[in-house]
Design a binder for this molecule. Structure first.
Ligand code: UD1
Length: 395
């Protein structure tokens, strides 16, 4: 990638130029050296870390100036720091500490803080990953300063706008300059929305880069022994979507299905802080009485060890649908839809919603079929970060 004269929108910026918003543009893009460009990558929440780590490593290996900013959307040590350690990520250059809040509070706090970061650091490119509130906030802010935005994991659509992440995906993709898709359906969605083909780059799934890199190290984790389960003889559960955990009746239905599954297969349930806070007494009692190991959120290596040795996963996570497809572990997704359809059509995923009977039936089917079903989708091969940096180098 060459330093940009005029960003992606065609006109050279001038130092001191003032945007319509009244914010002075501090960037003089033309003064940058041609070879070395400053690429600022943003992370905010747990699912961002394993997507950003391979890219930051690859950018630095190829001689780019890679700045890493952590918005602090997730801040507990076991939701954040442990991932930096496990993934060998460099310390963030800045930590903004925005923390929790309503969607508007969290998104706006990230925007205010990121605007200062952009004006101070003047990056040539901003890279955002995934679909969390930090992703949309950082894209929007960069875009209004005319800083080119790259979105990694672009084009995914659940077509369910009640999901906050779907809004984040739509807005981010609409304003991003370079859209890096993990699967061919992403390209199709973007083209159907009118995104010009030259902005779209099918590069594969960057989260699988982290998985491929760390699978061997994860095999040395003693997570199974610590929790007291035998490799191959347990299932893993994660739940944190507001649509599942904020409504006690829905949560209780899922928990009763889990209790039933645990009669034949012990379960391990690393519990997200949102879920723990929302668990009502009757659900908590049911979980305590069943063969369900409730544990704190785990780090990347412990969790990878746990999922890779499991017989079944029940989840409402996006990333876990993909990781189980790669690992060929049956996955039961307690959602009405998925933005990752390739995990169903090619992989090991079954979408069941929240009806306990459907959860049980799918879990039974998954256990009968066993591990090993499904194909690994195209370009889920551990080389995605390299393909992204290849695109940057050609810009
Ligand atoms: C966020 C993402 C979601 C992602 C998930 C992974 C959005 C809209 N959602 O959801 O896409 O799948 O992260 O975890 O961005 N909390 C803590 N400690 C923390 C972080 C959160 O206790 O370190 C608690 C707080 O009570 C907070 C709640 O969890 O209010 C929810 O956190 P938030 O970042 O708003 O959304 P998540 O549910 O984590």
């Amino acid at each position: 990638m060459r330093a940009v004269a005029g960003g992606s929108r065609g006109r050279p910026f001038r130092v001191g130029e003032v945007l319509a918003s009244g914010i002075p543009l501090a960037c003089d893009w033309r003064s940058r050296s041609i070879a070395r460009v400053k690429i600022l990558t943003v992370v905010g929440a747990r699912p961002n870390f394993m997507k950003a780590a391979p890219l930051v490593h690859c950018l630095r290996e190829r001689g780019h100036e890679a700045v890493l900013i952590h918005t602090g959307q997730h801040y507990d040590a076991n939701m954040s720091k442990v991932f930096f350690d496990d993934l060998g990520m460099p310390e963030p250059d800045e930590y903004l500490g925005v923390g929790s809040g309503s969607h508007a509070e969290q998104t706006s706090r990230v925007m205010v803080e990121m605007e200062k970061v952009y004006l101070d650091r003047r990056p040539d490119m901003v890279v955002v990953v995934g679909d969390v509130n930090s992703t949309v906030a950082c894209s929007l802010t960069a875009s209004k300063l005319w800083i080119p935005v790259s979105h990694v994991e672009a084009g995914l659509r659940s077509r369910d706008r009640r999901m906050p992440e779907e809004i984040n995906r739509l807005v981010t993709d609409c304003i991003a300059d370079h859209l890096f898709t993990p699967s061919r359906d992403g390209d199709e969605n973007l083209l159907a929305e009118g995104v010009p083909a030259e902005k779209i780059h099918f590069v594969g799934n960057i989260m699988i880069d982290s998985l491929v890199t760390h699978l061997d190290r994860a095999s040395q984790s003693d997570a199974c022994e610590r929790i007291g389960v035998t490799p191959g003889g347990y299932g893993v559960v994660t739940l944190h979507r507001p649509s599942n955990v904020d409504e006690p009746k829905v949560m209780h239905g899922i928990v009763s299905a889990l209790a039933e599954i645990s009669n034949s297969l012990p379960l391990v349930f690393p519990c997200h802080p949102r879920t723990r806070a929302k668990l009502e007494d009757d659900s908590r009692a049911l979980l305590d009485s069943a063969a369900i190991h409730m544990v704190e959120p785990l780090g990347y290596l412990d969790f990878l060890r746990l999922t890779s040795q499991s017989a079944l996963v029940v989840t409402d996570s996006g990333g876990l649908q993909e990781e189980t497809t790669y690992l060929k572990i049956p996955c039961v997704t307690t959602r009405e839809n998925t933005e990752r359809p390739v995990t169903v059509t090619q992989g090991t995923n079954t979408i069941v919603g929240t009806d306990p009977e459907r959860i049980l039936a799918a879990a039974k089917r998954g256990l009968e079929q066993g591990v090993g079903r499904g194909d690994v989708p195209e370009y889920w091969d551990g080389q995605t970060a390299g393909r992204i940096v290849d695109v940057f180098d050609r810009l």
